[in-house]
Design a protein around this ligand. Structure first.
Ligand code: NAP
Length: 313
């Protein structure tokens, strides 16, 4: 793989930025990777583990002279960072982001960017429940999707160049309208996270009654919920605040289905339950056939710990 960008600036040095740094190095996609994070502690750790070629103190310093700037901060912080880097961006540079919500990020970032700078919003559909500069790893994006949501007027060359970077990081890249992205992700990621948070919250309330039996006898289904519900609180707060309409739409449908299942249980309607569970089983088979999860029993838990946690994000 050959060099695609001379200088890539990573703003925010958590799971996604860290994994991008490792993946870009694995394939030699950037001549130089410059990184920055808000707190001195994160910058210190990143420098200590050699995450980037250079760690600098501010976002503006990192973006200066970069031909690709990647915003890897929580969705709610995108506008602030865009405003800070805007004055130093050079014409011809590309700005992208990795935020989990797209329409709101476009509204936050777009107005700050000067003429001649290409904005190509993006979202890697890969993650774990871990965060911080030590959590990244080069394989995170292997065979996962990255969705790009550029405006139709965006410079084609800039979009294709970013596409090649993500492909070099191991990902499959697709383009999509931002509103459609937000609806799809509300179904596949955002609402499931909310349900996991709720279920773990209910169990936590129960734990006070059952004196820790919920933890002691935790079964696989509940353990998977707890892993998802351990995801970063700031990131997920921002996701729900910024993908409000789509999440509420899917949550409404979810609640209706839940009531229908509740009624079937109350009435002893086994036929309804069986038909419903047969339909959902087919979806699981589809995901495995598409290579997006393992069919190993217990999600392959006996394998080494450095695996992707497919249900997060
Ligand atoms: P992370 O590990 O928590 O790292 C977030 C980084 O952003 C940290 O370096 C943090 O700096 C910095 N930051 C936080 N608040 C900031 C603020 N107000 N201003 C400036 N910098 C700030 O997060 P992540 O999981 O990599 O997520 C980053 C982005 O990727 C988010 O937009 C998220 O929606 C998206 N995403 C996440 C996943 C996932 O599963 N985790 C998957 C796909 C996309 P300090 O360390 O100094 O606080």
């Amino acid at each position: 793989m050959s060099v695609i960008y001379d200088r890539v600036a990573l703003i925010g040095l958590g799971l996604i930025a860290g994994s991008m740094a490792h993946a870009m190095r694995r394939a030699g996609l950037a001549r130089e990777i410059v990184g920055t994070a808000r707190s001195p502690e994160t910058r210190r750790i990143a420098a200590e583990i050699g995450l980037c070629d250079r760690i600098v103190e501010t976002a503006a310093e990192a973006a200066h002279g970069a031909d690709l700037v990647v915003l890897c901060v929580p969705v709610g912080a995108m506008a602030e960072v865009a405003a800070e880097i805007a004055p130093v961006l050079e014409p011809g540079a590309t700005v992208t982001d990795v935020g989990s919500v797209k329409r709101d990020v476009i509204a936050q970032v777009g107005p700050h960017l000067p003429e001649g700078v290409h904005f190509v919003p993006g979202h890697p559909l890969a993650g774990t429940e871990h965060s911080g500069p030590r959590s990244g790893f080069a394989e995170l994006f292997d065979n996962r999707y990255v969705l790009l949501t550029p405006d139709p007027d965006t410079d084609r060359g800039a979009v294709d160049r970013l596409r090649r970077l993500w492909e070099g990081c191991g990902a499959n890249v697709e383009e999509m309208d931002a509103d459609h992205h937000d609806l799809v992700l509300a179904v596949t990621s955002h609402t499931p996270h909310l349900i996991a948070y709720t279920m773990v919250g209910v169990a936590d309330d129960l734990r006070r009654v059952t004196d820790s039996e919920v933890i002691k006898y935790s079964a696989a289904g509940f353990r998977d919920f707890t892993r998802i519900a351990a995801s970063d609180p700031t990131m997920w707060r921002d996701v729900f605040l910024t993908n409000k309409d789509a999440t509420l739409e899917i949550l409404g449908r979810f609640t209706e289905e839940l009531f229908a299942l509740q009624r079937a249980i109350r009435r002893g309607d086994g036929e309804h339950l069986h038909a419903y569970f047969t339909r959902t089983r087919a979806i699981r088979r589809g995901i495995i056939e598409a290579g997006q999860d393992t069919d190993a029993p217990d999600f392959g838990r006996t394998k080494p710990p450095r695996r992707r946690e497919d249900a997060a994000e």
